[in-house]
Design a binder for this molecule. Structure first.
Ligand code: GLP
Length: 250
């Protein structure tokens, strides 16, 4: 694992955007696995800025998002489809039909999960998967569990995730209780994984995920077994990892 520590959120975002843009420049027809949550927003802003300057084109890429809330249409302002339109897709030259988010309103969930797995396979797999991390170590919406779920699946959100995400909804009761998410195999088959973390409140889980035992109780801990992971975090989020002696790049 490569670890890049930056001074603050803005520098973290710029560094993460640099890695994503390097991927696009290196392989203009690549498949990007994208993530929602507040952490990647700054990186998306930076990518939009580079695109607007004429330095970066998304015209050849396909995207696959990690997850989506069950029951929310893509037009709902808290759906992850809406998030992606708003924070990235509407501002760059990606082809709308080449952007993919699981359909949280699919009538048949198992057909939708199978379709999403097949889609990723048909695209030739994910070149670069961007990941944030929940406070309980969830990646996408793979919540702590007794076993790792492999493919795209329906998940009941944990109480801590509902609590963490309620800030985005009018009330706690409005937070969907279920989601569709890529599974651990979908994520682990990505050729490169870029994890972004920011803030002191992530320091404990970063340490647990990257220095603790590999266990489905901390889903992000599986990333220790991936051969090509880059972790970009600000000093606050990486503070405990640094104390544990992790070699940190500039
Ligand atoms: C959500 C998303 C995750 C994201 C996590 C952390 O639950 N499903 O993909 O990583 O939140 O969000 P944040 O970056 O806001 O801390």
């Amino acid at each position: 694992m490569r670890v890049y520590q930056t001074s603050d959120y803005q520098a973290m975002s710029r560094r993460a955007a640099g890695i994503i843009s390097a991927q696009i420049i290196y392989k203009p027809d690549c498949v990007l696995g994208l993530a929602t949550g507040s952490t990647p927003i700054g990186a998306y802003k930076q990518l939009i800025e580079w695109h607007k300057k004429g330095d970066l084109s998304f015209a050849g890429i396909h995207t696959v998002n990690l997850d989506e809330y069950v029951g929310l249409p893509g037009t709902h302002d808290q759906s992850y489809r809406y998030f992606m339109q708003n924070n990235l897709f509407d501002h760059v030259d990606v082809r709308p039909e080449w952007t993919n988010v699981p359909d949280g309103r699919a009538a048949d969930v198992s057909t939708e999960c199978a379709r999403y797995n097949q889609l990723i396979e048909d695209l030739g797999g994910i070149d670069l998967q961007l990941l944030g991390m929940g406070h309980n170590g969830h990646i996408g919406f793979n919540e702590p569990a007794e076993a790792f779920e492999l493919g795209t699946h329906l998940v009941d959100l944990s109480e801590s995730t509902i609590q963490a995400n309620k800030r985005f909804f009018a009330s706690e009761a409005d937070v969907p209780r279920q989601a569709l998410t890529m599974g651990i195999r979908n994520i682990m088959q990505a050729r490169h994984i870029l994890v972004v973390v920011s803030g002191e409140d992530k320091a404990d889980i970063v340490l647990k995920a990257f220095r603790g035992p590999v266990t489905p109780k901390v889903p992000a801990s599986i990333l220790q077994l991936h051969p090509n992971v880059t972790l970009v975090g600000d000093a606050a989020a990486l503070s405990k990892l640094a104390v544990a002696g992790e070699p940190i790049c500039g």
